[in-house]
Write a protein that binds this ligand. Structure first.
Ligand SMILES: *[C@@H]1O[C@H](CO)[C@@H](O)[C@H](O)[C@H]1NC(C)=O
Ligand SMILES: *[C@@H]1O[C@H](CO)[C@@H](O)[C@H](O)[C@H]1NC(C)=O
Ligand SMILES: *[C@@H]1O[C@H](CO)[C@@H](O)[C@H](O)[C@H]1NC(C)=O
Length: 183
């Protein structure tokens, strides 16, 4: 019996070692220091005008008026993101995806989009956005739910502020201040 127990010691030690190695692998990300990155840019959400047609109404409730303020109306977007409010300032990337008016009283756009970066710092990386854009509020937060490239496993939030608004033509310029934690 005692002999058998002794024989098992090296195996047990090995097992413990393996378990420790696995658990240290599992905690690698948890213990590693997360980087915080802050990005400010402007999104040109334009359905009409000289620089328009990056935002397109693509659906709505049948037999009802489709409009940005009407519940159920869906927009597809490929909006330009720039460094400053000026359309011609340096492009940071594009906001690609959809938003849908998701409040019965029309007061909320559900955003579901990727921020696809093309600037020097984040070229090729994306951040995934999902959240409630209660656009009547001066400042509102939407979630950054994940990312790719240098933003793999990122999470965070973005504070939105409307800096230009033309509701009849569905045109707006939105200031984004994105805060993300990533590895
Ligand atoms: C952007 O630049 C183009 C070409 O130089 C010019 O025609 C246009 O007026 C500029 N747009 C704005 C908003 O400044
Ligand atoms: C971003 O990456 C693309 C593809 O690799 C490249 O063509 C482009 O020049 C890069 N842009 C910047 C600003 O580095
Ligand atoms: C962006 O948001 C962060 C977090 O709320 C804040 O600390 C920072 O001052 C803001 N930066 C700008 C330039 O607005």
């Amino acid at each position: 019996m005692a002999k058998n127990a002794l024989k098992r010691i090296p195996i047990l030690t090995l097992l413990i070692f393996v378990v420790l190695a696995v658990s240290s692998e599992a905690t690698k990300y948890q213990s590693q220091n997360l980087k915080e990155t802050n990005i400010v840019f402007y999104m040109h959400d334009l359905a009409s005008g000289l620089n328009g047609h990056t935002t397109k109404m693509v659906g709505g409730i049948p037999h009802k008026r489709w409009a940005v303020l009407a519940f159920g109306t869906v927009f597809a977007i490929d909006d330009k993101l720039t460094e400053t409010k000026d359309w011609n300032s340096t492009q940071v990337g594009r906001a690609r995806g959809i938003y849908v008016n998701s409040a019965l009283d029309g007061s909320d756009l559900h955003l579901l989009m990727s921020l696809v970066f093309t600037n020097k710092d984040f070229n090729g990386s994306t951040l995934e956005i999902q959240g409630s854009d209660r656009f009547y509020q001066k400042y509102r937060d939407v979630s950054v739910v994940s990312g790719t490239g240098i933003f793999r496993l990122a999470r965070g939030f973005a504070t939105l502020e409307t800096v230009f608004l033309d509701i009849p033509n569905s045109n707006a310029i939105i200031r984004w201040n994105v805060t993300v934690l990533h590895y």
